[in-house]
Design a protein around this ligand. Structure first.
Ligand SMILES: Nc1nc2c(ncn2[C@@H]2O[C@H](COP(=O)(O)OP(=O)(O)O)[C@@H](O)[C@H]2O)c(=O)[nH]1
Ligand SMILES: [Mg+2]
Length: 294
């Protein structure tokens, strides 16, 4: 039953793909057996992260256009912040992306973050893996860069793109180390704004200008008009050719495995329940208490 589903996904059946994502997202019966049948294809996973409002969704939209123009297929995962404050942006994303919903070479899936601020969707690794079984050339995962999530996205993506805007100029010196460390590539979006060139220049100085495979390109875009997208696409294809024999890939896989094992082992542990037990049983010795769980 699961192998039939997997075959259909490989053949490009989008309804089967959508069904399997729901299976995993909702942890329906049998989802773990299904995960064990997965055979990941050679798809390049592109992670797009950065502060809210930097233009990640607009850039994703423009990148979809660029990819299909090259005759390639793309799957997109958007992680919508479930905060009520983001309802406007969420609606904007939906409207903007809606032009792709019926395109045969584009598949888009939105996931709610379920309020787990500072982290990614708990099932994002598995859902990305499910998408990696389909016939996509590229998979784009768009997430808001807050706290932990940058490291997580670097763990699931082959190429992590950090999107910044020229206004970030003064902050760049103090920019969170997290964002700087995970970037395989920087996009300076909203290059139509003043000071974009100075910002790009400073950023290039910061990341160094070597020409080996670890080179971190800084690319200027105006996502809303598609300007610079051809260069971005070119950089992505160049990077994706250097992904093999890359030690970082194994480190990332170890990180993925660690997270999945952790999730699995902690499945039955509920913080609220710990609190209730500690309170009700007037637990005094935490070491004796945790021993009942280990
Ligand atoms: N001026 C300008 N505005 C842009 C550009 N790219 C995106 N925007 C606008 O910036 C706002 C936030 O974009 P969005 O893609 O939703 O950002 P996200 O929160 O990072 O996904 C929207 O109003 C976009 O239309 C750009 O290159 N130039
Ligand atoms: Mg967005």
């Amino acid at each position: 039953m699961w192998s039939k589903l997997l075959t259909d996904i490989k053949l490009g059946n989008r309804r089967s793909l959508a069904r399997s994502i729901s299976l995993v997202e909702n942890e329906f019966n049998g989802y773990q057996q299904f995960l064990q049948t997965l055979q990941l294809q050679h798809t390049t996973v592109i992670g797009i992260t950065g502060p809210p409002g930097a233009g990640k969704s607009t850039l994703t939209d423009a990148l979809i256009a660029q990819i299909i123009q090259e005759g390639k297929k793309v799957g997109v995962l958007c992680v919508d912040p479930s905060s009520p404050f983001n309802l406007g942006a969420l609606l904007g994303d939906r409207i903007r992306m809606s032009r792709w919903y019926n395109h045969p070479d584009v598949f888009i899936r939105s996931l709610a973050t379920r309020g787990s601020l500072g982290g990614l969707h708990p099932k994002i690794l598995e859902i990305t893996h499910v998408m990696q079984c389909a016939d996509f050339d590229y998979i784009i995962v768009e997430t808001v860069g807050v706290g932990q999530s940058e490291v997580e996205i670097a763990g699931l993506a082959d190429i992590t793109i950090v999107v910044l805007v020229p206004e970030a100029g003064d902050e760049i010196q103090t920019m969170k180390a997290g964002l700087m460390e995970v970037a395989d590539m920087f996009v300076v979006n909203k290059a139509d704004r003043p000071d974009a060139d100075i910002f790009v220049k400073n950023l290039r100085l910061m990341v160094g200008d070597s020409h080996d495979t670890m080179h971190i390109p800084v690319i200027k875009t105006i996502a809303s008009t598609g300007e610079g997208l051809d260069l971005l696409y070119k950089s992505i294809t160049e990077k994706s050719q250097h992904l093999q024999n890359n030690d970082r890939k194994y480190l990332l896989m170890a990180e993925k495995a660690f997270q999945l094992i952790q999730q699995h082992r902690m499945k039955d542990i509920d913080k609220q329940e710990l609190y209730q037990r500690i309170k009700n049983e007037s637990v005094e010795n935490i070491y004796q208490f945790i021993q009942t769980y280990i």
